[in-house]
Design a protein around this ligand. Structure first.
Ligand code: ADP
Ligand code: MG
Length: 577
């Protein structure tokens, strides 16, 4: 006797069914797809024990004709293919007439259904190879499919299932994604007897997006993107440029309204976002790509989750350009959020390749800023900007100074955030950059009216140190054995703490980078101190100057300058969320 055995058909069928139905989620997927195909605009999914014990999918669709019911559990029975040309549909939409028969093979399945013209509903079930008689029930238009004891006859498969909680989670996630694509359908999930969510049918994807994600903390960081050419269309919700890292932002791709895995789209979106997000931050997006089905290669894999574009480089360019253009426009029309405390160089945030032909870019930014300013607290908004800062292509800043706290911190409203600005650190940053740029007041000398004599320890390094200060507008001589005479000092030190500067400079050694240390010390000792009351103009000037620096978030000694408080945070603290 040979070694090869042909499996008995009932076993072969079970194996085949197991390929279509992997877990409770697969059943839910197939059943809600069927409800959609039946033009339902209400779908309710109920699961018990994560779907392992029971899955009920109820819809208000077209229903199934009574005479078709006995056929429904036969393999390859479908009402969706009428002729051979329609076979193309098998490839594109995956109508294979396989779902119900496969589910029936490995569970107890009951269907209750009625079409519009029926007087009663019909009920039929299939269990362990036995098909029941058709019974009549009270009329309800549409179809209810009840699937019980999944894999009761495939114990190995059953053991392979995850916990009820995990299975429920994946179903919940799928149904949310499914809801995003089908906003005109009311969708409810009931899990372990409790309503998990109910999204009523709405008119736009935007409203559905809000239903699904409105409660998430990242919701407000998304904006809408739209674009099309003759053949392709793109619509979606994308994360605004400049967002800080969020751990759990969705990345969903729908092609012709089906959730798919598709690599070209992701790559195109990532490339579009280059320079618009901090390095290493992945963009969140929910994108709907529309295209002629003939442009798609659909994998005949039973779960049909993977697709390929036939003209992938066209698609790549199309998607990248639409996303990139929308990002640019968004960037131009809005102040980019100031979440850049991790970024040391502002220039990386600006789309460098677009700055070429630079002046027009800058002009546009000015225009949009002017408009923004008008919208933004007309009375208080203050727009600063010396020409050199505009040349850099950096933003003109709109903000509102609310006041001063403890005579030390300036409270500012900007980009819908509350900023607490350390006035000393801020002024230090501003002055340090002026010194670096050798602005006039940092090299021009002034002579004190009264002689400035300080007693210090004069050691052998004195000459060298005094010499170094000369470049920066200081003139210092030895005045006696233990004292020096400051004949001139740079204008930037006016009103600053010259005494503190002199003592720190001459008494401390600056081994590393003495040039830079001098500038930092001058910035520090000339800067406004804490516990010092400022008037309104002074505060506005300081904050405005600060935002024109290269890094408003870190002082020259790398201490933070600004604490940001978002509305989100406030709401959380106030338990409004
Ligand atoms: P397919 O969806 O590929 O046609 P299925 O096994 O999923 O195959 O379904 C078989 C047939 O059962 C469908 O073609 C359809 O005629 C009918 N059907 C299944 N579910 C529903 C439903 N919820 N409402 C109306 N008809 C349904
Ligand atoms: Mg189907």
């Amino acid at each position: 006797m040979g070694k090869i055995l042909v499996l008995p058909p009932e076993i072969a069928r079970k194996i085949a069914a197991g390929e279509v139905v992997e877990k409770p989620l697969s059943v839910v997927k197939e059943l809600v797809e069927n409800s959609l195909d039946a033009k339902a605009d209400f779908i309710e999914v109920e699961i018990v024990e994560g779907g392992k014990k029971k899955i009920v999918v109820k819809d208000n669709g077209e229903g199934i004709l009574r005479e078709d019911l006995p056929l429904i559990f036969k393999r390859h029975s479908t009402s969706k293919i009428k002729n051979v040309e329609d076979l193309e549909n098998i490839l594109t939409f995956g109508f294979r007439g396989e779902a119900l028969s496969s589910i029936a093979e490995i569970s107890k399945i009951t269907i209750i259904t009625a079409t519009e013209t029926d007087d009663t509903s019909s009920k039929i079930s299939f269990f362990s190879g036995e098909i029941s008689e058709i019974e009549s029930e009270a009329y309800r238009k549409g179809t209810t499919v009840i699937v019980e004891d999944l894999f009761y006859n495939l114990p190995a498969r059953k053991n392979f299932l995850r916990t009820a909680q995990t299975e429920a989670l994946s179903i919940r996630k799928f149904l949310k994604d499914f809801s995003l694509a089908n906003e005109s359908v009311s969708i409810r999930l009931i899990s372990e007897g409790k309503e998990s969510f109910f999204y009523e049918s709405v008119k736009s994807k935007k409203e559905r997006f809000y239903q699904v994600y409105g409660g998430e903390s990242y919701y407000e960081h998304f904006f809408e993107i739209e674009g099309w050419n003759g053949e392709y269309g793109l619509f979606g919700f994308f994360v605004k440029p400049g967002l800080k890292e969020y751990k759990k932002m969705p990345q969903l791709i729908f092609v012709n309204n089906r959730l798919v895995k598709e690599k070209v789209t992701i790559q195109a979106i990532y490339q579009a976002y280059d320079t618009y997000l901090q390095k290493g931050v992945k963009p969140g997006f929910i994108v709907f790509v529309d295209m002629p089905p003939s442009e798609l290669e659909v994998n005949i894999h039973p779960t049909k989750a993977e697709v390929k574009f036939k003209h992938s480089s066209d698609m790549f360019k199309f998607i990248r350009n639409v996303v990139r253009n929308n990002l640019e426009n968004y960037y131009l029309e809005n102040e980019i959020p100031s979440d850049y405390d991790k970024v040391s160089d502002y220039s990386t945030m600006i789309p460098q390749n677009e700055v070429k032909g630079g002046s027009s870019f800058v002009r546009e930014r000015e225009d949009s800023s002017t408009r923004q300013k008008e919208l933004f607290h007309r009375d208080y908004a203050y727009t600063g900007g010396s020409p050199s800062f505009q040349e850099r292509g950096e933003m003109l800043v709109d903000f509102r100074v609310i006041g001063q706290f403890l005579d030390s911190y300036i409270i500012v409203e900007k980009d819908k955030k509350l900023l607490i600005v350390d006035q000393h650190n801020a002024d230090e940053r501003v002055r340090y950059e002026r010194l670096l740029e050798k602005k006039e007041e940092s090299v021009k000398s002034v002579a004190p009216i009264f002689p400035l004599i300080f007693e210090i320890n004069i050691d052998e390094s004195f000459e060298e140190k005094a010499e170094r200060l000369k470049k920066h507008g200081w003139e210092i001589e030895i005045w006696g054995e233990k004292s020096i005479h400051v004949k001139k000092y740079p204008a930037i030190m006016q009103g600053g703490d010259i005494r503190a500067f002199i003592f720190e400079y001459f008494e401390k050694g600056y081994e590393e980078n003495p040039e830079d240390s001098v500038l930092k010390l001058m910035a520090c000792k000339s800067a406004i101190k804490v516990n010092h009351r400022l008037n309104y103009e002074e505060m506005v000037k300081l904050v405005s100057d600060l935002f024109k620096t290269k890094n408003p978030y870190l002082c020259p000694h790398s201490r933070p300058i600004i604490v940001e408080i978002t509305e989100d945070f406030i709401k959380r603290e106030l338990k409004r969320k």
